[in-house]
Design a protein around this ligand. Structure first.
Ligand code: ZN
Length: 147
């Protein structure tokens, strides 16, 4: 079966609009769940198209590297969207997702209950760092003015 550019473009547009809705104001858990179900079906659909393209390439000798690359980029975007959505759903429930295993943990804990991984990047103090950077910049300005 051959896949047309039109069909791909349509599907990409639908995926983009679904993702747009997701990124908007999803405020309650049921909406997050619904959006996740939609995303999952978009992801399945994209994998199916990728499979069909791979079959075409392998069995029928069609060169469709670019089409496959396009569908894979679409899948990358959808998977990222799903990660965001999961984090959003967890945040609504006052939870934080483990960056390592994806388990939901209470906001007030620092380590994952499931795998023990730190839930927030350790020793990350952006405010202090930017203070250092601006102090350095100031120092450089003063040196420049002195010359
Ligand atoms: Zn974990």
């Amino acid at each position: 079966m051959a896949i047309s550019w039109d069909r791909l473009a349509n599907q990409a547009r639908r995926a983009a609009s679904a993702a747009g809705k997701v990124a908007g104001e999803v405020v309650d858990t049921s909406k997050v769940k619904l959006a996740e179900v939609r995303l999952n079906s978009e992801i399945r659909d994209a994998y199916e198209r990728l499979g069909a393209l791979t079959y075409d390439a392998s069995r029928l000798g069609r060169s469709n590297e670019q089409l496959r690359e396009m569908v894979m980029s679409e899948i990358d975007g959808l998977l990222r969207e799903r990660e965001l959505l999961k984090a959003q759903g967890a945040a609504i429930n006052g939870q934080i997702l483990c960056p390592k295993c994806g388990s939901a943990n209470n906001m007030d804990v620092n380590f994952c209950n499931e795998c023990g991984a730190p839930l927030r990047a350790a020793g990350k103090e952006p405010e202090e760092k930017s203070a250092v950077v601006s102090a350095e910049a100031e120092q450089e300005n003063m040196e420049a003015e002195a010359e």
